[in-house]
Design a protein around this ligand. Structure first.
Ligand code: IMP
Ligand code: MG
Length: 169
C-alpha cells in the first residue's frame, strides 16, 4: 500500500482556505475549469467550499510521448463545452510538475478572452519545474515523489483514496 503523505483532514483545511481566497479575490461568479481526470475530486471539494456563485467545465489534455509524467508537447483531447469569454476563470489542476501542461493551458485559454484567468493547483512539485508558470493558489508544495489518491492515479488505480500517498515508497 502507498505511504501517507497528506491526510484528508489537512487537505480539507487547505481546500477551504483556497476556496475562500479565490472567492474573495474574484468577488463575483467564479468559473472553474478542471483538468480531467486528476482534478475531479479537488474540483468537487473546492466548489463545495465556495459560498458564492460558482460554475464548472472540464477539459482533458494529453502529452506526446508521456509516461506517468508529461513531457514535451501538450494537446487538448476533450475541450470545454462553454465559452469562457468575459468570465473570471480558474484553472483547477491536481499537480503542477514541469509546468508544461499549465503553461499550455494558460496560453490557450487566455487567447479565448476571459475577463481574468487564475490557476489553482492542489500540489506543486516545485523542484521539477522546467517552465516558469504562475500558480495563484497552491495547496501543498511536495517533494519529487510519485503520489496517488484524492483523484490522482497510477495506471488508473488509487483515485478513490481519500488521503494523498506516495507510491514510490
Ligand atoms: P506537468 O505538465 O509536467 O506540469 O504535468 C502535470 C501533470 O502530470 C499532472 O496534471 C498529473 O497528471 C501528472 N503528474 C505529475 N506528477 C504526478 C504524480 O505524482 N502522480 C500523478 N500524476 C502526476
Ligand atoms: Mg493532470
Amino acid at each position: 500500500m502507498p505511504d501517507l503523505l497528506i491526510s484528508r483532514a489537512a487537505i480539507a483545511d487547505r481546500v477551504s482556505a483556497i476556496a475562500s481566497a479565490m472567492c474573495r479575490d474574484i468577488g463575483g461568479p467564479v468559473h472553474c475549469v478542471a483538468v480531467l481526470n486528476g482534478a475531479f475530486i479537488f474540483l468537487a471539494d473546492l466548489m463545495r467550499a465556495c459560498d458564492g456563485p460558482v460554475t464548472c467545465d472540464f477539459l482533458a489534455v494529453a502529452s506526446y510521448g508521456a509516461g506517468q509524467r508529461s513531457s514535451g508537447e501538450v494537446r487538448i483531447t476533450k475541450d470545454l463545452d462553454q465559452s469562457i469569454e468575459d468570465r473570471d476563470v480558474v484553472i483547477v489542476e491536481d499537480i503542477v510538475d514541469t509546468g508544461r501542461t499549465l503553461s499550455f493551458l494558460l496560453a490557450t485559454l487566455r487567447a479565448r478572452g476571459p475577463r481574468s484567468l487564475r490557476t489553482a493547483c492542489l500540489l506543486d512539485k516545485r523542484s521539477r519545474r522546467e517552465v516558469d508558470v504562475h500558480v495563484d493558489y497552491v495547496g501543498f508544495v511536495i517533494p519529487d515523489r510519485f503520489v496517488v489518491g484524492y483523484g490522482m492515479d497510477f495506471d488508473s488505480r488509487f483515485r478513490n483514496l481519500p488521503d494523498i500517498s506516495v507510491l514510490d515508497g
